[in-house]
Structure formats: structure tokens, C-alpha cells
Design a binder for this molecule. Structure first.
Ligand code: HEM
Length: 175
């Protein structure tokens, strides 16, 4: 059994634990304030002026991450293993790589230092090459598990947390 196949379950468990810990911490620390702000939310189309005012690295991060969510969902719903899957898959890898790499240059939640969310960036940058290697070795099970856990863990869970009150995505669509 490859090192990847052996370490994947632990990696998936770590990702799930991280997401659960982040959710519980957020609810316990900020639950009442969040409920109060959500009650007064005013959903609207994207605030383009606010988006354009952001540093380039944040614009790149948002565009790559949001495109990754759409493309990831598309890939999961299509047939696997054929030419289109490979082409779209490589594009998704580039988008996720760009989202994770750009995030290494974004700070704010923890002052001028990396925050626990940066663990997700590191996890993504480690798992992506392993998942590609599994595909090239025709280890379909490991490839599928790694890519779907990245999609749900990094794209969907990380993405959902960016829409919390006080974060930029909230201001772009709800502020
Ligand atoms: C739909 C998906 C995503 C959206 C919309 C999004 C959006 C954002 C935005 C707007 C910021 C900067 C402003 C803020 O913190 O409010 C940010 C920061 C960050 N994002 Fe994302 N992101 C997404 C996915 C990801 C993914 C996939 C990763 C990692 C693999 C990631 C890692 C980070 C990190 C580490 C930060 C810096 C947090 C800090 O200030 O410490 N994000 N994201």
C-alpha cells in the first residue's frame, strides 16, 4: 500500500477535525453577535467598488477560490477518467493551488500573523500533488478520496466561513 493511501485517512480525519473545531469555536465565541448581525443583513449583488479596492492578492484569491467551487462541482457531476475530466481537473488543480498559495500572503484574522485557516492552505498544497500522483498511478480510490475531501473541506467549508459577518465576503454581498 502506498504512503499516500496509508496517510490519507489520517489526513481526512485531520481536515474534518479542523473544520469541526473551527465551527464550534466560531459558534461558542461569536454565536450571539453573529445572530444579531445576520438578523440585520441586507443581501445585495457584489459590491464591485469594494472588490476593486482590495489588494491584488485578495482579488486573485477570491477569483481562484470561487471559480474552484464552480468548476469542482462541475467535475464531480461529470463522467470521470476521460479527456474532459483530465483537462478540467488540471484547471481545478491550478485554481486550488492559486487559492491556497495566494492565501499565504493574506493575513488579518490573527493580526499580522498566519491564522489557523492557514493550516488548510498547507493541507491543500500537500494533498494536491499526492492526489495527482495517485491519478497518474491509476490509484482511483485514493485519487477520488483526496480530491473530494479537498473539494468539500477546502472549497466548500473554507468558502462558507468567508461569508461570516465581519469578513470581506460578507461585506461584498451583505454589508
Ligand atoms: C469560495 C471559496 C473562498 C472564498 C470566497 C475565500 C475568500 C477569502 C477572502 C475574501 C479572504 C480575505 C478577507 C477575509 O479574511 O475576510 C480570505 C482569506 C483567507 N483564505 Fe480564503 N476564500 C475561499 C477559499 C479558500 C481556500 C480554498 C483556502 C485554503 C486552501 C483559503 C484560505 C484562506 C486563508 C488562509 C485566508 C487568510 C485568513 C487570515 O486572515 O488569517 N480560502 N479568503
Amino acid at each position: 500500500m502506498s504512503l499516500f493511501a496509508r496517510t490519507l485517512p489520517a489526513s481526512r480525519a485531520a481536515g474534518t477535525l479542523l473544520a469541526a473545531a473551527a465551527a464550534v469555536t466560531t459558534i461558542v465565541l461569536f454565536g450571539p453577535q453573529i445572530l444579531g448581525i445576520v438578523a440585520h443583513a441586507t443581501p445585495h449583488g457584489p459590491d464591485v467598488a469594494l472588490f476593486m479596492a482590495q489588494p491584488a492578492v485578495i482579488k486573485i484569491h477570491i477569483l481562484a477560490a470561487v471559480a474552484g467551487v464552480g468548476l469542482g462541482a462541475t467535475i464531480l457531476s461529470l463522467r470521470k477518467g476521460n479527456g474532459p475530466h483530465r483537462a478540467l481537473g488540471w484547471t481545478w488543480v491550478l485554481l486550488m493551488g492559486a487559492a491556497a498559495a495566494s492565501s499565504l500572503f493574506i493575513v488579518g484574522l490573527n493580526g499580522d500573523h498566519w491564522s489557523p485557516i492557514h493550516l488548510l492552505s498547507g493541507w491543500t498544497l500537500i494533498i494536491l500533488p499526492f492526489a495527482i500522483r495517485a491519478a497518474r498511478k491509476h490509484d482511483v480510490m485514493s485519487h477520488r478520496r483526496a480530491m473530494t475531501s479537498l473539494f468539500w473541506g477546502a472549497s466548500i467549508v473554507a468558502g462558507a466561513f468567508t461569508f461570516l459577518p465581519g469578513r470581506l465576503m460578507w461585506d461584498l454581498f451583505m454589508g
